[in-house]
Design a protein around this ligand. Structure first.
Ligand code: COA
Length: 328
């Protein structure tokens, strides 16, 4: 079978207007700006307006990605939305987005791999284009994490924000595009990071509400240890598959969970901060939205040039992880 080279041909991002600073959080829980900045690197995050849901954020990011790619929504063959905060159980957020965009010819589905969802989505879309099944696929990472964040829990509420990033994937010239993916999961760690309520195991009830089980639960230090181990490891494995050395990386675009986790990955990869896209100080952790927002912002800032070698890497609930090596 002939395989076509596949790459990212357009990027876009959208974050809601409302800014929640660390000082705002000081009014809600027993915390302070200094603790949050030194332990996480986060200074502020965005919060969706009451009338905005995940598909609305996804829509704005997607419109920009389509414009950057120079194609219309009708030219899309498939839409994949990676999210843990869908508008509703079903229809999928991807179907809601398909309708908003008027992408009449596109198939659409959501993908659930928490903060690794965007990388999982890239690898799925890339395979479909490489084999010639599809020409253009929209991959979106979008979240309204504020809707599942417990603003009485200082261990978690300081971390998360809302936003969306989108990319259009298509064929690219020989030598460019995706070189390797590394995906992984360890379901035995599912208890460390989850939302337990509202599913088939624990349907919504007065008790599930009273137990606050519709909010994110996180065993922070356990997830931290896993993240430190897996970020560098997944990136190294993807580089090995791409037959590339870490010294060849022009830009690392990591999941934006905690500056200390990013720094440990930089140490392991022997990279300086200049070779890393960091925007968690302004947006916090946007789960599946973090990597595509960071990527779109790197492109906006002119930090990505033709021929640059990028490594995208993330980890999250599941537990899951994913890394991609792409030549721009
Ligand atoms: N403000 C002030 N103090 C806080 C606080 C807050 N927002 N949150 C926790 N603390 C306190 C704790 O209660 C604890 O106090 P104690 O020692 O009296 O019990 C102390 O600070 C240290 O807590 P600890 O959990 O050990 O801090 P930490 O250095 O591990 O940082 C996280 C906590 C959550 C920032 C860190 O564990 C982390 O980033 N984990 C990974 C999170 C992540 O990546 N999640 C998303 C995955 S996609």
């Amino acid at each position: 079978m002939q395989l076509y080279p596949v790459g990212i041909i357009g990027t876009g991002k959208y974050v809601p207007e409302r800014v929640i600073t660390n000082h705002d959080l000081e009014q809600m829980v027993d915390t302070n700006d200094e603790w949050i900045v030194t332990r996480t690197g986060i200074k502020e995050r965005r919060m969706a307006a009451p009338d905005q849901a995940t598909s609305d954020l996804a829509y704005h990011a997607s419109v920009k990605a389509l414009a950057a790619a120079g194609i219309t929504a009708e030219e899309l063959d498939l839409i994949i939305v990676a999210t843990i905060t869908p508008d509703m159980f079903f229809p999928s957020t991807a179907c809601l987005l398909q309708d908003k965009l008027g992408a009449k010819k596109a198939a659409a589905f959501d993908l659930s791999a928490a903060c690794s969802g965007f990388i999982y989505g890239l690898s799925t879309a890339s395979s479909m284009i490489a084999t010639g099944m599809y020409k253009h696929v929209l991959v979106v990472g979008a979240e309204c994490l504020s809707r599942i964040t417990d603003y009485t829990d200082r261990n978690t509420c300081i971390l998360f924000g809302d936003g969306a990033g989108a990319v259009v994937l298509g064929q690219v010239p020989e030598g460019r595009g995706f070189k390797a993916f590394e995906l992984g999961a360890d379901g035995s760690g599912g208890e460390l990071l989850n939302v337990r309520g509202g599913g088939s195991r624990m349907p919504s009830s007065e008790q599930s509400l009273a137990d606050r089980s519709h909010f994110i639960y996180m065993a922070g230090s356990e997830v931290f240890k896993f993240a430190v181990r897996i970020m560098g490891g997944a990136a190294e494995e993807a580089l090995r598959k791409a037959d590339m050395d870490k010294s060849e990386i022009d830009l690392l675009v990591p999941h934006q969970a905690n500056i200390r986790i990013i720094q440990s990955a930089l140490n392991r990869l022997n990279l300086s901060e200049e070779k890393c896209m960091i925007n968690l100080d302004r947006y916090g952790n946007v789960s599946a939205g973090s990597i595509p927002i960071a990527l779109a912002e790197a492109v906006e800032q002119g930090r990505v040039k033709e021929g640059d070698r990028l490594v995208l890497v993330g980890f999250g609930g599941g537990l899951t992880w994913g890394a991609a090596v792409v030549v721009w």
